[in-house]
Design a protein around this ligand. Structure first.
Ligand code: ZN
Length: 292
């Protein structure tokens, strides 16, 4: 196999990346025209830092994660390690199940990032953003992506997803991440209907709340039903009452790119506001329903 074939993935580089870029611009326009939550910080100030952090994450994603997943998919096809390789089935069903298994891997990986203190140190960098919008979708510490390559890579090997199915899932994963982080106020009836199938901006906004039990919910990435299946779904939180972020990290001036990169290696703060109080909420919408 030529070097070019090894390092260039046409589906991801020539189709996926332009598509993801176009969608990002579209979500950026929509969240500007129809904002969902009030901002605490001007977007361009946060965007500079989020894009700064994104450069390291992008290197880890494109130069390590994508080649690793494709390598694992090829290896799995040769050694028949995957579940889906054991059964004959129509191509469309193979695609659907491969997508489903990879998305379940993303759900469990995200949940582990909240559960295990070592992983939370890196995922926290994403969560302390003081607003939630398209630029937050870029704000990941490279240290979160690296262990994810092993965990999610294992799902690729065990599922038996093909290289093409891996690349298609990664494109949808990135597009979905931008969509549900966006601050786009979709028409409520449409979003309520959509949230039964996929993760939406209101649903993911609850995951970025400073109230602990709200952060500890809504872990899904593409399909939202994983949270319903595992009873980790939370929908009845009014969006205009959500404070985005992590309670101990409320000072924007401290969130420089340098500090964000070194945050995982410094002592972690307890889940409380600088004055020592623990954020909670008494007003809730109707249980089981997505609240406007
Ligand atoms: Zn999270």
């Amino acid at each position: 196999m030529s070097i070019r074939k090894k390092i260039v993935f046409p589906v991801f580089d020539y189709i996926g990346s332009p598509l993801i870029g176009t969608l990002a611009v579209f979500f950026l326009i929509m969240e500007t025209r129809h904002p969902l939550r009030k901002r605490r910080v001007m977007r361009r100030h946060r965007a500079q830092r989020n894009v700064g952090l994104a450069t390291t994450a992008f290197v880890a994603l494109r130069l390590l994660q994508i080649p690793a997943f494709v390598f694992v998919a090829r290896w799995s096809a040769t050694h028949k390690t995957g579940l889906l390789q054991r059964f004959s089935m129509p191509v469309w069903l193979h695609y659907f199940l491969a997508f489903l298994l990879q998305d379940y891997g993303s759900y469990t990986w995200h949940r582990l990032n909240h559960r295990l203190p070592f992983l939370w140190r890196f995922h926290n960098v994403h969560h302390i953003d003081l607003d939630l919008d398209v630029t937050t979708a870029l704000r990941f510490h490279a240290g979160e992506i690296l262990p994810g390559i092993f965990y999610r890579g294992a799902f690729v090997a065990l599922s038996g997803a093909t290289p093409l199915q891996v690349l298609v899932y990664e494109i949808v994963f990135e597009a979905a991440t931008q969509f549900h982080h966006s601050n786009w106020k979709l028409p409520y009836p449409l979003e309520r209907w959509l949230s039964y199938l996929i993760v939406t901006p209101r649903m993911h906004g609850i995951h970025h709340s400073i109230v602990r039990r709200e952060t500890d919910s809504n872990y899904s990435v593409v399909f939202s039903f994983w949270d319903r299946l595992h009873r980790t779904v939370r929908l009845n939180v009014p969006q205009d009452e959500i404070d985005i972020g992590v309670p101990a990290y409320r000072d924007f001036e401290e969130q420089t790119v340098r500090n964000l990169l070194t945050l995982p290696f410094r002592p972690q703060q307890p889940w409380q506001l600088p004055d020592g109080t623990v954020p909670d909420r008494t007003t809730l919408g109707q249980k089981g329903n997505l609240t406007p």
